[in-house]
Design a protein around this ligand. Structure first.
Ligand code: ZN
Length: 163
């Protein structure tokens, strides 16, 4: 069975016990989480989030630069005033360089991706510090917005602050 068909089946039981159809659009806890798309991370579980609580913006690595568009919408239009950046141990972004992926796209697809910075990193803690700083210094993020950075450990399920 294709994943999409399995999803439809799984959703049937979710919808059966669903009782949150009247939540407002703005997140109740006024926070946006920026984190990696890694399949081992389920932010709602490890952060204790319920429907309606928070924006969770995910991309490869949980990179802030790519999340900026969504963060401006989150803050200007939907009232969030806190950002939590969460990168994680054993992230795939630690395993390649831009040149490697540019070459792979060229070899496998015959396409040119050389204009894309895939935002890989070689130092996990430093990548969190870089993204927290990027947001704190960005003119698109208000001065009243709190930005904190963490590493999530896929080995233990624990969240570790990065200062
Ligand atoms: Zn990752």
């Amino acid at each position: 069975m294709a994943a999409a068909e399995e999803f439809v089946k799984a959703n049937e039981s979710y919808a059966q016990r669903f009782d949150k159809g009247d939540l407002p659009v703005p997140p109740a806890r006024r926070v946006a989480v920026v984190t990696c798309m890694d399949a081992r991370l389920i932010p709602s579980r490890f952060l204790g989030l319920e429907e309606g609580d928070a924006h969770v913006i995910r991309n490869a690595g949980g990179r802030a630069a790519e999340a900026l568009r969504s963060l401006v919408i989150s803050q200007r239009l939907l009232g969030t005033n806190e950002v939590v950046v969460i990168h994680h141990t054993d992230c795939g972004m630690l395993t390649f360089r831009n040149e490697d992926l540019h070459a792979k796209v060229r070899d496998e697809l015959g396409a040119d991706a050389s204009h894309i910075d895939f935002l890989p990193f070689s130092d996990l803690e430093q990548s969190v510090r870089d993204d927290v700083r990027l947001l704190r210094e960005s003119p698109l993020i208000g001065d009243d917005v709190t930005v904190r950075g963490f590493v999530y450990e896929v080995e233990t399920g624990r969240l570790r602050p990065v200062d």
